[in-house]
Design a protein around this ligand. Structure first.
Ligand SMILES: Nc1ncnc2c1ncn2[C@@H]1O[C@H](COP(=O)(O)OP(=O)(O)OP(=O)(O)O)[C@@H](O)[C@H]1O
Length: 582
């Protein structure tokens, strides 16, 4: 009886009569007859893909299954005991993940509510998943909304899940084998499935955009940080490179947002993003929409290093403690050097730390001393240290002591000759020397007596220059936070500018630039005009004589201006054979 009535109703729709069904149901019925050539009186069994096909579908949807799983588990917990079953299908309609009550597994399998069933409309007729794929919208296909007679007991509510580029990626479906008669009984199921789809899209966007700015939105300040409604990912220039479906609706009425500059969509530019970060009260983070409305915004800064490379996590883990967390982010060369330093720290092996000026040699030497647990610490700047200074410095020490020799290439030949003998006479001293010259075999360097070199270089640690490090972003954040106690932050353009510079003066130059920027910035946000020009710093370094003249040949002042230390200035004066005017 019901079947006859169902077939008659479909015939009425085909004749163009309104039957009171939702328009997407009418449209789907028409497609079933006119395009797929289906017969509503047939009770076709569920369409199950072969094992091999299922494996392929599952492999391709692997990332989506991972992203959706915890959300599906939560949703299933919410509807537990109400006989709902949850299906995640791929964009072709094949069920690749499933949550249902074990008690009804046989019934669910029989009805096609199980892994591997294909719910595309051209095979299964009008159904939740199929109609959702065709319309791209959430739908409820309730009981005899279904086209085929085999499915008219089911109630299926489905919501689409889009990837961050706006392509349909999956469908989340919540179904009942048997349900109360009114379709409105599924309104709550519809809210739940739409909220879950939104959260899965959000999780996907966040996972895919760790290295980018993400701007999240909520219409209520209370939920902004905990359960935002929509999000976009932005590149450094402020162009949208990813968006959730809700963001597409909110910002452009559903038109694809990819490639659109954020200032064409909202009353803000990319440089305003730091103002929307979490440490500002939520109520103050208001973003004006194009239509005159407003929402609350939460900006999340990029988290990944600028160039992705496989990092040896075992090495990184070993270089924690005194070394890892304070000295480097994710840079493979630094991880290797710090791991060696950590293992050598507690030994008595004499060390030489090489690297360009300002690359952090002294800082590393101090970390090695701290980790060595030696009590005494003596520092000697080799530039200008005569034999007497050396003798005095060494004999003033007692007990296990680290002797930090800064810039051994600056030792006078007289002192260099004397040093091996002095060290032999003080076996408690562990020399740790820094050098601006590479000691790797074949590297050109100014002559140091080979006896001294053997005596000092039990092991050589080579620090990479800043321009070769992959943790520049981490260093910028660390140095800035140390200078401002976490108060100051950079606009994306200022950050991009710093990331693009060469840093001939290495960490010291970076530190100086941030000092200037902090001083010049008028608020807690550092923008492009607050940064000293890069070319100026480089030119100054090249034009040593001009800087010395400008500083009245005051070495300390010239060193500060050039972003190097005093001994580097002295060495370059010698090398370039410069002389102060009489
Ligand atoms: N990991 C780090 N985090 C923060 N600041 C750092 C770090 N490494 C080095 N610095 C800072 O960078 C500056 C230069 O470092 P350091 O003096 O260790 O360099 P250097 O290689 O010994 O220089 P030079 O050869 O010119 O003597 C210092 O102000 C130091 O505090």
């Amino acid at each position: 009886m019901v079947e006859r009535h169902h077939v008659d109703e479909i015939a009425q729709v085909l004749d163009g009569h309104a039957t009171g069904r939702d328009s997407y149901v009418d449209a789907s019925w028409r497609r079933c007859v006119e395009i797929y050539g289906m017969d509503p009186t047939r009770r076709d069994p569920a369409h199950i893909v072969t094992d091999a096909e299922f494996r392929t579908h599952r492999e391709q949807a692997d990332w989506m299954i991972g992203a959706a799983r915890s959300c599906l588990q939560n949703l299933f917990r919410q509807v537990a005991g109400q006989n709902y079953v949850l299906l995640l299908t791929d964009a072709k309609g094949v069920c690749v993940d499933f949550f249902g009550d074990d008690l009804f597994l046989d019934d669910l399998r029989g009805a096609g509510l199980y892994l591997g069933s294909n719910w595309s409309e051209d095979l299964a007729g009008t159904c939740g998943v199929g109609a959702c794929i065709v319309t791209g919208e959430p739908v409820t296909v309730h009981q005899d909304d279904h086209f085929g007679n085999a499915h008219t007991d089911l109630s299926c509510t489905s919501a689409p899940i889009y990837d961050s580029l706006g392509q349909l990626a999956a469908v989340l479906d919540i179904s009942l084998l048997r349900s109360p008669s009114p379709k409105s009984s599924q309104n709550l199921a519809m809210s739940l499935v739409m909220a879950a789809a939104r959260r899965v899209e959000m999780a996907n966007l966040m996972a895919a955009s760790r290295g980018e700015w993400v701007l999240r939105f909520s219409s209520s300040p209370e939920f902004l940080d905990v359960d935002p409604e929509a999000a976009v990912a932005l590149d450094g220039s402020g162009k949208v490179i990813g968006a959730t479906r809700a963001a597409t609706r909110m910002l452009s009425g559903g038109r694809n947002l990819i490639g659109a500059p954020i200032d064409s969509l909202l009353g803000l530019s990319v440089d305003d993003l730091p103002d929307l970060m979490r440490d500002r009260p939520t109520e103050e983070r208001v973003v004006a929409l194009d239509d005159g409305g407003a929402v609350f915004g939460h900006a999340i800064a990029p988290q990944a290093p600028r160039r992705m490379q496989k990092v040896n996590h075992a090495l990184q883990k070993r270089a924690q403690g005194w070394f890892g967390g304070a000295l480097a982010g994710s840079d493979p060369t630094m991880s290797r050097v710090l791991s060696q330093a950590e293992r050598l720290a507690s030994t008595s092996v004499p060390l030489v730390i090489c690297g360009e000026s300002g690359s952090g040699k002294t800082k590393l030497a101090r970390a090695i001393h701290m980790a060595s647990r030696r009590r005494g610490f003596a520092v000697l700047d080799c530039a200008g240290a005569g034999p007497e200074d050396m003798r005095e410095a060494l004999s003033a020490q007692s007990g296990p002591t680290t002797l930090l020799l800064l810039r051994i290439e600056n030792l006078s030949s007289e002192t260099a000759q004397l040093l091996p003998g002095l060290l032999d006479a003080h076996p408690d001293l562990r020399p740790v020397a820094t050098s601006g010259q590479s000691l790797t075999p074949g590297a050109s360097r100014e002559a140091l007596p080979s006896e001294l070199l053997f005596r000092l270089s039990g092991s050589v640690l080579e620090l990479p220059p800043l321009r070769e490090r992959q943790d520049l972003g981490w260093l910028i954040d660390r140095l800035l936070s140390r200078r401002s106690g976490g108060e100051m932050r950079l606009t994306p353009s200022a950050r991009a500018e710093l990331m693009a510079r060469d840093w001939p003066g290495n960490l010291r130059e970076l530190g100086n630039v941030l000092d200037v920027a902090c001083a010049l910035a008028e608020s807690s946000v550092i923008d492009l005009p607050d940064l000293p020009a890069a070319s100026q710093a480089r030119k100054q370094e090249q034009d040593l004589e001009a800087v010395l003249d400008a500083c009245n040949w005051n070495m300390a002042r010239a060193a500060r201006r050039l972003g190097v230390n005093r001994s580097t200035v002295l060495r370059r004066i010698r090398k370039e054979r410069l002389r102060a005017p009489d």
